[in-house]
Every structure is written in structure tokens, then in C-alpha cells.
Ligand binder design. Structure first.
Ligand SMILES: [Zn+2]
Length: 290
């Protein structure tokens, strides 16, 4: 699994760079852009950090999406997420930085998207779940979730590293191509974890409950907004223990595992989205956003 703990430091180009002998010790338009990745796999997320004296804000464009930056400590942070179906290739990342005096700078970089090396799985659903193989049911549920993900909350709810929702081991990876009952192809939007019926499902990080209800594909479902465009979802629950609008702390029990929705047996499905793209949740266990 890709993930660099050490920043790959790239110094931003300075407009009218100040000569070393210049009397002023600090260039007011000096800034740094730092990436925590060298390349991004399909279905993963990367962190971009902008810092510098008098930086007043930043925004970036990647794969036709405009992405906000948020202040934290002495820097600004933004998250680039790559769709699991994005063609492996090299794409421009443009970072727009503005300064307290109103000046602006644009920093560009080529980002390579690598193949996610996703596996293929066959899934057999009970015959009474046949209606869940209608492509329209998938489409409608996806459209509803994408509508929610397009709302980006600037509040930073989480505090510290994200955690696994249950201790169970992973049984099915993110992004798998799935063929249901030899008729409907789908993609696995999260990861599955071993969990007998009745296992408590905990919040991976603090957040606000934006969905707590029965859905077609996901069954009983809880969706948390962690802020900065980061969401986590917990599917196929037998019971839901939170309500919409509630703010939950990390580790709080959101519900109890089950077998509701498009599920072929009791298990735990945990999924995460960043800036409107499904991303591999296991990445958040290795490095959490600041
Ligand atoms: Zn799953």
C-alpha cells in the first residue's frame, strides 16, 4: 500500500524571487506546496499542504474538480481524491495560492494516476433479493449519496488518527469488481470486515450523522460527515443507534452489524468518500489527515 510518511517537499516558484542579499528577510509572496504522495492509485487520496508567510488561502483544480483548502496550525490543507475508474495517466494539478496583499500565484504539477489493481469477485444473493439487481436501484442510491458528498463542511470534526470500526479482519477489498448472481456488475465502494451478527460498529472518527436510515443496497446505513469533504459510511446494520444531525465522538457505537440490504451474509461494510469520490478506507488507518 502506497503511503509516504515523509513529505516530498517541493518549493513553490517565487514570482520575482528576492536575491539573497536583499535587506528584507522574508519574501511576502514566498510559499511552499508539499505533497504526501509521488503518485496516486485509483481510489486513493493525497494530501496537499500550502504554507508561507502571508498566505491567505488556497484552492486547487484536479481532474476537473475545484477543491477547497482549510487552515490548520500554520498551513492550509486540501485533499485530492482519485476516482477508482480514472484512467491511469498523468494529469495536471493546479494549486492557486493567494496572499494577504491580494496577489495570487498558481503552482502546477503533473500527478500520475496508477492502476488500482482491483480484484474480481462473484457474489451470490438470495433469490428474494433479486430486486436489488436492478441497475436503477444502484443508480438512484449512488446519486443520492453523491448529492450529499457535494456538500463540503469546513468544520474539522475529527481529532487524531482514524480507527477501524470493529476489530475484525478485512475479508473483501475496496474497489473489487463484483458480478452479482452472474447478471449485474458493480464496484465495491468500501471494504468488508469479518463481524458476526451483533458486532458493535464504531465511528472511525468524530463526525456528524448525515444519514441514519434504511436504504436499498446498503440496508440500515449510517453516514458520518467528518468535515473537509470526508465522509464515512457503515452498511448492512441490524440496528441503528444514532439519529440524523447528532454529533458523535470517535469510537461511539453507531449501530450493530447485520445482514440488511444487498448482502450475502452477516458482515461489516465500511466505506469512505473524499470530495465526492469513493476511496480506500484502509488508507485512513495508515495516515490520517491533519
Ligand atoms: Zn462491502
Amino acid at each position: 500500500m502506497r503511503r509516504l510518511l515523509i513529505w516530498a517537499v517541493i518549493i513553490g516558484l517565487l514570482a520575482g524571487a528576492v536575491p539573497a542579499t536583499q535587506a528584507h528577510p522574508i519574501d511576502p509572496t514566498g510559499y511552499q506546496v508539499q505533497l504526501d504522495f509521488e503518485a496516486l492509485r485509483q481510489g486513493t487520496v493525497g494530501l496537499v499542504r500550502v504554507s508561507g508567510f502571508s498566505v491567505a488561502g488556497a484552492r486547487m483544480r484536479f481532474l476537473n474538480r475545484l477543491i477547497a483548502f482549510y487552515p490548520r496550525g500554520d498551513a492550509w490543507y486540501g485533499l485530492v481524491a482519485v476516482n477508482m475508474e480514472q484512467n491511469p495517466n498523468t494529469y495536471p494539478l493546479e494549486v492557486f495560492v493567494w496572499f494577504e496583499d491580494g496577489r495570487r500565484q498558481t503552482w502546477t504539477h503533473e500527478v500520475t494516476v496508477l492502476d488500482g489493481e482491483f480484484i474480481r469477485q462473484d457474489v451470490t444473493l438470495a433469490s428474494n433479493l433479486g430486486y436489488l439487481l436492478e441497475p436503477e436501484i444502484d443508480r438512484a442510491e449512488r446519486a443520492r449519496l453523491m448529492g450529499i458528498f457535494s456538500q463540503v463542511t469546513p468544520i474539522h470534526y475529527w481529532d487524531g488518527p482514524f480507527i477501524k470500526p470493529t476489530p475484525g479482519e478485512f475479508t473483501s477489498p475496496f474497489g473489487a469488481w463484483r458480478l452479482y448472481n452472474e447478471s449485474l456488475w458493480g464496484r465495491h465502494t468500501g471494504i468488508d470486515m469479518r463481524g458476526a451478527m451483533g458486532t458493535p460498529m464504531q465511528a472511525t472518527a468524530a463526525g456528524r450523522v448525515v444519514l441514519a436510515e434504511r436504504m436499498d443496497v446498503r440496508g440500515n446505513y449510517v453516514l458520518l460527515d467528518h468535515g473537509w469533504g470526508i465522509y464515512s459510511g457503515y452498511a448492512h446494520l441490524s440496528e441503528i443507534h444514532v439519529t440524523r444531525g447528532q454529533v458523535v465522538r470517535q469510537g461511539q457505537v453507531l449501530g450493530i452489524s447485520g445482514n440488511t440490504g444487498r448482502s450475502s451474509g452477516p458482515h461489516i461494510h465500511w466505506e469512505m468518500a473524499v470530495n465526492g469520490e469513493w476511496v480506500d478506507p484502509s488508507q485512513f488507518l495508515e495516515v490520517s489527515p491533519p
